[in-house]
Design a protein around this ligand. Structure first.
Ligand SMILES: [Zn+2]
Length: 205
């Protein structure tokens, strides 16, 4: 498991109220203890949990088994130079203006591959009508003017390709994911601006 993937697990543990120690990408005693505590709180058996297992971990009161990929439909230069936190805050404002309880996505991936948590995974998101209860929503920054048949690289960066694959891997290590889909599989939308199943079959660039 890569340091980036472990960092994402540590971020997720923090998000859920556990203390994995520093988010440093190292699988140390504190991180291991936090995973065991999370599994125990869920009725799991301490000691059975290892990063290699895919034990189903409940996210609060809900079970998640699918990741749905989105895009922000922003132009490549949108908020250029701003931090991912500032972009998250802006999307949070958009979604509050929709009357939602803040940002509807659980994760955001910036143009440079930086990842930030949105809505806590324990909470049901607001990203795909009719399919929010069992899913985690991941949003790529960019994608303006894209079509659902476009290749990934038309609208997104190589750093985003790597980060999305790592994020999917990290989520899959704490939750049994059965399906990875694109928003366009559930709605007549271009979002995320590429064919997710076809992208998944391709090799990382
Ligand atoms: Zn979408």
């Amino acid at each position: 498991m890569s340091r980036a993937a472990i960092s994402l697990i540590q971020t997720g543990l923090r998000d859920l109220g556990y203390e994995p120690g520093a988010v440093d990408g190292l699988w140390g005693a504190k991180t291991r203890a936090a995973v065991v505590a999370l599994a125990a709180a869920d009725g799991g058996v301490a000691g059975q949990v290892a990063p290699e297992t895919s034990a189903e971990i409940r996210h609060g009161a809900r079970v998640v088994d699918e990741i749905v990929v989105h895009c922000a439909a922003t132009r490549p230069e949108w908020m250029e130079g701003a931090t991912i936190a500032a972009k998250r805050a802006e999307i949070d404002r958009w979604h509050k203006a929709n009357g939602w309880a803040g940002i509807g996505y659980h994760w955001l991936i910036d143009r440079d591959g930086k990842v930030i948590a949105g809505r806590p995974e324990a909470q049901v998101g607001a990203h795909v009508a009719g399919h929010n209860s069992g899913t985690i929503g991941v949003c790529l920054i960019g994608g303006h003017g894209s079509a659902e048949t476009d290749p990934f690289a038309r609208s997104f960066t190589a750093a985003q390709d790597v980060a999305l694959r790592q994020l999917i891997q990290a989520i899959g290590m704490r939750t049994r994911i059965r399906r990875i889909s694109g928003h366009n599989e559930y709605a007549a939308k271009a979002c995320p601006g590429f064919n997710v199943p076809a992208w998944l079959k391709g090799a990382s660039r």
